[in-house]
Design a protein around this ligand. Structure first.
Ligand code: FAD
Length: 284
């Protein structure tokens, strides 16, 4: 069978909360390293709650010989706190970060110095020049708080104008949404690589709940087919793999510069999708 190289791959992890979680993630990472990702990113909990865990996970990624990129969110943070974190990242010779606004836990006010991710991007450029490659978030189906689609695209462009180098999207299941977003960005001069975020389908009911919060649309045909499988885990897995592999195929064929997988700290589905895209058989 012919195999093809997948370039522009990246994987997202979250910092584990227990020793067992750390061990599991070590195993996951070593399996995913075989796919030769460009980098692995690590999420940052609201209000800096995972500050040390994010750094520890990035350092563990680097020990495996991979490039680690911490996320950094601004919500609730002061300039002093951000500068401290940036200084630590520079001390550890980290050169790639994913910059976000984040979301305040409900009921808490925003007491920080930054209102939008663009302000954090600008501040990081102000205090560290070109030290970092900065990724930001993009929303092909619009951010849930946006007032209009075109305004949301313009807000995305402010992050690029502030100094972001590239972007990773929220996950989506409709390739046309991605291509439309790319066209709208190009039309206003937001010309950076925008890598689609890919969510393998791990647990459909959990995915439905999460998608409602983050504004990702689950197509009716996909929901109905999944619901028809009820508790049949094998059919859910097989159908989910087919759907996500087909989505990735279409995105790559249409010119997507890479794929960023929300791995949920697990290796199996991401590996299987990448192997299918490469034309390889997965041995499990
Ligand atoms: P922004 O770009 O600031 O946009 C937020 C909203 O504000 C949008 O509706 C936008 O249109 C609007 N807006 C922007 N600028 C202006 C302006 N000047 N005036 C008025 N409105 C404006 N969250 C975490 O807590 N930790 C993570 O590690 C994390 N990682 C993520 C990774 C990716 C790839 C993605 C897609 C999301 C991630 N998130 C993470 C979630 C993210 O923090 C939320 O989606 C958050 O609600 C928005 O963050 P943002 O950086 O996109 O914000």
């Amino acid at each position: 069978m012919n195999t093809r190289t997948l370039s522009g791959l990246s994987f997202e992890f979250f910092p584990p909360k227990s020793d067992e979680g750390v061990e599991k993630l070590n195993v996951t990472r070593r399996k995913l390293a075989l796919l030769n990702p460009d980098f692995c990113s690590v999420t940052f909990g609201a209000g800096g709650s995972t500050r040390q865990g994010t750094l520890d996970t990035v350092l563990a990624i680097r020990k495996d010989g991979l490039r680690g990129a911490p996320h950094l969110s601004s919500v609730g943070a002061t300039k002093k706190q951000i500068r401290e974190i940036i200084d630590v990242y520079r001390d550890y010779d980290i050169h790639h970060i994913v910059v976000l606004r984040g979301d305040m836990p409900s009921g808490t006010g925003d007491s920080g110095n930054f209102h939008y991710a663009s302000e954090l991007v600008a501040y990081i450029r102000e205090i560290s020049g070109d030290w970092f490659h900065i990724d930001v978030a993009a929303y092909p189906e619009a951010h849930p708080q946006s007032h209009s689609y075109d305004l949301d695209v313009r807000h995305f462009k402010t992050k690029i104008d502030a100094g972001a180098n590239s972007a990773i999207t929220q996950y989506f299941f409709n390739a046309d949404a991605y291509f439309h977003f790319i066209d709208r960005c190009a039309a206003i001069g937001a010309n950076v690589p925008i890598v689609p975020g890919i969510m393998p389908i791990f647990n459909f009911s959990r995915l439905q709940r999460f998608s409602e919060m983050c504004g990702a649309e689950i197509p009716r045909w996909l929901a109905l087919q999944m619901e028809s499988y009820s508790d049949d885990a094998a059919s859910i897995r097989a159908f989910g793999l087919d759907v996500i592999t087909a989505l990735c195929e279409r995105l790559l064929a249409g010119g997507a510069p890479g794929l960023h997988f929300y791995t949920m700290n697990r290796a199996s589905l991401t590996t299987e999708i990448c192997h299918r895209l490469q034309g390889k058989r997965t041995t499990r």
